[in-house]
Ligand binder design. Structure first.
Ligand code: NAP
Ligand code: G4F
Length: 356
């Protein structure tokens, strides 16, 4: 299909953006990413795949921009001329979205709209198809009405973040139907990895386990331990994003493992992996509670399996252990099973001229 394999990724510096970049580079793509200007470096997750853009081997290029800045998004689109756009950028923390609802909605909901508008105009003017992936979330199901959740389960969002994602979801469908855009929604359930942001519950736990083993942390403060999540491995999930854009027709897909676990079960495995009992270390702090909680998420990935041929490759237990191992390795500590670790890109900063 696509003759020139050029992809543009918003949120390239995030967990998924880093895995997707690696995946697309392996597939022979030229990859362009939008990064935000920050006063300290924010490219740790992609430093290991970045090479100086002056080199003839360079295939990864970075551009300053922001989902709240439509003019720049349009300019980058015109400059890069991508055939595929992956919209992964977001203020993606649910708890934080209650503190900063306006900004969250601007980046998540309006951000998606700004790109869709830019793509609509670009495609109409040039006649060149630009395929669009929208990073939707199982948080959209919120107060679940149906178990397990499928592509047709009604949404009941429970946070500013998920309300914004629902808006982006429906605009993506609206632009597909109104302007014939090849636009897909991935409804991705929680996916984790050693590159997961440190303030999401899984990484907060695995990082704490390593620091407790090291002796530099005594307590781990958490909020609600009763909610259940369908947790998968991020590297598997970015593959599904790409698969959606390679189909003959645009569509929407749930991407999940089909299994759900309590946070307490995550704690059992994470602490158990280093022979510790989490009850001796975990304490409750109400600041981590949310005004409204999502109690249970479990996805039905049948459509993704049957139409895309996608399936997860890592079990829940393997995921927890690989994350604990990576955090131990980050601290130069041995792993209980002798594993050398996967995916840890931290502390491998490459100071090539990423930023001008
Ligand atoms: P993440 O690690 O939090 O990364 C978010 C990315 O968005 C970062 O690159 C961040 O840049 C960028 N970003 C934030 N605000 C932006 C703005 N205003 N303009 C441009 N970029 C901005 O998230 P993730 O886990 O990789 O998730 C990727 C996407 O999938 C997000 O849209 C998320 O909401 C969605 N999603 C995630 C999951 C999951 O379980 N991980 C599940 C369903 C959906 P900085 O590095 O500069 O902060
Ligand atoms: O790890 P979490 O913050 O992830 P959450 O809220 O499920 O959202 C993540 O997954 C979504 C997909 O469903 C994405 F769309 C979203 O961008 C993000 O990646 O919290 C998981 C659960 C919640 O029930 C929360 O209340 O863990 C509970 N929790 C308990 N203590 C905590 C903590 N969460 C965090 N972040 N920190 C705590 O101390």
């Amino acid at each position: 299909m696509n003759e020139r394999k050029i992809a543009l990724i918003t949120g390239i510096t995030g967990q998924d953006g880093s895995y997707l970049s690696e995946f697309l580079l392996d597939q022979g793509y030229e990859v362009h990413g939008i990064i935000r200007r920050t006063s300290t470096f924010n490219t740790d997750r992609i430093d290991h795949i970045y090479i100086d853009p002056h080199s003839p081997d360079a295939k990864l290029f970075l551009h300053y921009g922001d989902l709240t800045d439509g003019t720049t998004l349009r300019r980058i689109l015109e400059q890069v001329k991508p055939r595929e756009i992956y919209n992964l950028g977001a203020q993606s923390h649910v708890r934080v979205s209650f503190d900063s609802p306006e900004y969250t909605v601007d980046s998540v909901a309006m951000g998606a709209l700004r790109i869709l508008e830019a793509v609509r105009d670009y495609q109409q003017r040039t006649g060149i198809e630009v395929r669009f992936y929208q990073a939707g979330s199982s948080e959209m199901f919120g107060k679940v009405i149906e178990v397990p959740q499928t592509e047709t389960t009604p949404f009941y969002p429970r946070s500013p973040y998920s309300c914004a994602k629902v808006y982006a979801h429906w605009q993506t469908i609206n632009y597909r139907e109104s302007y014939d855009l090849f636009a897909c929604n991935g409804i991705l359930f929680n996916h984790e990895s050693p590159r997961r942001g440190e303030t999401f519950v899984t990484r907060k736990i695995t990082r704490a386990v390593a620091r407790i083993v090291e002796g530099t942390q005594q307590k781990l403060y958490l909020g609600n331990l009763d909610s259940k999540r369908d947790w998968g491995y991020a590297k598997d999930y970015v593959r599904a994003m790409w698969m959606m854009l390679q189909q003959d027709q645009p569509d929407d897909y749930v991407v999940a493992t089909g299994e759900t676990y309590e946070i307490k079960e995550f704690l059992d495995i994470a602490f158990g992996h280093v022979n510790l009992d989490w009850h001796n270390y975990v304490a409750f702090d109400p600041r981590y509670l949310r005004p409204a909680e999502v109690d249970l998420l479990i996805g039905d990935p049948t459509k993704a399996r049957e139409k895309l041929g996608w399936k997860p490759s890592v079990t829940f237990e393997e995921l927890v252990k690989l994350m604990v191992n990576a955090d131990l390795i980050n601290l130069n500590l041995p792993t209980p099973d002798g594993s050398k670790g996967v995916d840890s890109t931290l502390n491998r900063r490459n100071f090539a001229s990423i930023v001008d």
